[in-house]
Design a protein around this ligand. Sequence first.
Ligand code: PAF
Length: 286
Amino acid sequence: MEIISDITETQDRCLATRASGQTIAFVPTMGFLHDGHLSLLREGRKRGDLLVLSIFVNPTQFGQGEDLDHYPRDFERDESLARAAGVDLIFYPSAEAIYPAGYATYVTVEGPLTTTLEGACRPTHFRGVTTVVAKLFSIVQPHVALFGRKDHQQLAVIRRMSADLNLPVDIVGMPIVREVDGLAMSSRNVYLSPAERQQALVLSQALDRGRQLVADGVREVAEVLAALHAMIDAQQDARIDYLLICHQATLREQERIDADSVLLLAVSIGKTRLIDNGSLLNPQDF
Ligand code: PAF
């Protein structure tokens, strides 16, 4: 397994791979790998001759007061997990290399896809995500890139960007990986105290309850949301940032639940902000 920090070296290596007729599968991450990332790497291993993992805690997607400085990092652990997952190349650039002095170019997906939900709480977040993902695609030149569906909105935004910019990369969304008790895997779960970890289960429990209500025949969004609000508010340290039912692709809010409905929620448990989502009528996530 190669570890390359230099942008030109990585790009040359990937361009040579493409030129030789081999395919490149790419998993972009901010490191501190968990089982969710490993499921992306497993799928990437099947889909590409060269499997590239990037590890880069991208400063432009963090707002002021967010956890950039404290974002968990453990490169040695990531390296051994990546090796075991069959990664061929870790691209591990510095922030100065990605955003050198004088850097001035940003990629923005406009409209409700980026201004609602996470975008409403974190106004510069998606501009940072699309900018870095566009740059990473340009460096790694992947045929296929894999993203977790836990960040449902991020996936929708990246699909939009890739389609709008005619990027020749197949964007694949992979199912959410959960702990046995239902908590969606996230690098931020390490911040939770044992008591908060218990309360954090309310996110997946709310999804289950929403699905149950829909299975029982409820189709009014307002009725489902009222029940879930009450359930989450009952947790002492839980504060809802958003709890919405939207169309899975446009992210427009819906009034009635249909096959395209996705429940999206962001809940802070103490100081830790967690997100989760899932389809309500379809057995599988979008
Ligand atoms: O999902 C993430 O880890 C990040 O948002 C991504 C896609 C690697 C961009 O920094």
